[in-house]
Design a protein around this ligand. Structure first.
Ligand code: AMP
Length: 205
C-alpha cells in the first residue's frame, strides 16, 4: 500500500508512521528524517540546508523530489511505503504523481492550539530520532537509547510560527489536490495517540 500522511507540523505524522511501518511491514520514508540525517553527518546537502531547516522554511522542490524519487525506487518500497512530510507543495505532489501511483492520502486533522502545545513540549533524540513530549518524561534522557534529548531548532517558537505559515500557504492546498483525485481520507488527530492511531487505521481499512 502506498500511503501519504498529510497534515500540519506536529499533527503526529511521524509518530503514527513509525507504528504503521511495523504494523504494515512497509518502510517509513520521512523527508524530515533524511534531511536531519544529512545535517548530523554534515554532508554537502546537510551544510546547504542547515539554515533552511533552522528557520522552518522548505528545502527546494528540486532537491526534495530528487531525494524522494531515489528513495522510492529502492527495492524495499516495491510493495508500498508510508510517506511522511512529502509532498509539501503542489510541485512536489505533481512530481510524485508523474513517477508513482498512490493508494491513499490520510490527512491528519488537528487544530492549531493543540499543535502549538504539542510542539512546544516536544523533545528529540539526535541518536535514535525518537520524539517525546515533556509530559511523558522524567529527565532529559532518551527513554529508548539513553542519549541526551534536545529541542529541534525548528521546534523553537519563531520557527514553529513560520512552519505553520508555510503549511497554510504551500502544503494545505494539497488537501484539495488529493480530494479531487479521490485519494483523500481524513482522520481526526486531536485525541490521545491511541485514539488518533485508531482513527488512521479505520480510514485505511
Ligand atoms: P519535518 O520533520 O517533516 O517537520 O521536516 C523538518 C524540516 O525538513 C521542514 O521544516 C523542512 O525544512 C524540511 N522538509 C521536510 N520535508 C520537506 C519537503 N517535502 N519539502 C521541503 N522541505 C522539507
Amino acid at each position: 500500500m502506498k500511503i501519504v500522511l498529510l497534515g500540519a507540523p506536529g499533527c503526529g505524522k511521524g509518530t503514527h508512521a513509525q507504528r504503521l511501518t511495523t504494523e504494515l511491514g512497509i518502510p517509513h520514508v520521512s523527508t524530515g528524517d533524511i534531511f536531519r540525517q544529512n545535517l548530523k553527518e554534515q554532508t554537502e546537502l546537510g551544510k546547504q540546508i542547515a539554515g533552511i531547516l533552522a528557520k522552518g522554511d522548505l528545502v527546494s522542490d528540486e532537491i526534495t523530489v530528487a531525494i524522494v524519487r531515489d528513495r522510492l525506487s529502492r527495492d524495499d518500497c516495491k510493495n508500498g511505503y508510508i510517506l511522511d512530510g512529502f509532498p509539501r507543495s503542489l510541485v512536489q505532489a505533481e512530481a510524485l504523481e508523474s513517477f508513482d501511483k498512490l493508494d491513499v492520502v490520510v490527512n491528519i486533522d488537528v487544530d492549531y492550539d493543540t499543535i502549538i502545545k504539542r510542539i512546544s513540549g516536544r523533545r528529540f533524540c539526535p541518536k535514535c530520532s525518537g520524539t517525546f513530549h515533556v509530559s511523558h518524561l522524567t529527565s532529559d534522557t532518551c527513554p529508548v537509547c539513553g542519549d541526551t534529548l534536545i529541542i529541534r531548532s525548528d521546534d523553537r517558537e519563531e520557527a514553529v510560527r513560520n512552519r505553520l505559515e508555510v503549511y497554510e500557504s504551500t502544503t494545505k492546498p494539497l488537501i484539495d489536490f488529493y480530494r479531487q483525485r479521490g485519494l483523500l481520507k481524513t482522520a481526526k488527530g486531536d485525541g490521545t495517540v491511541e485514539e488518533n492511531y485508531a482513527n488512521i487505521l479505520k480510514v485505511l481499512k
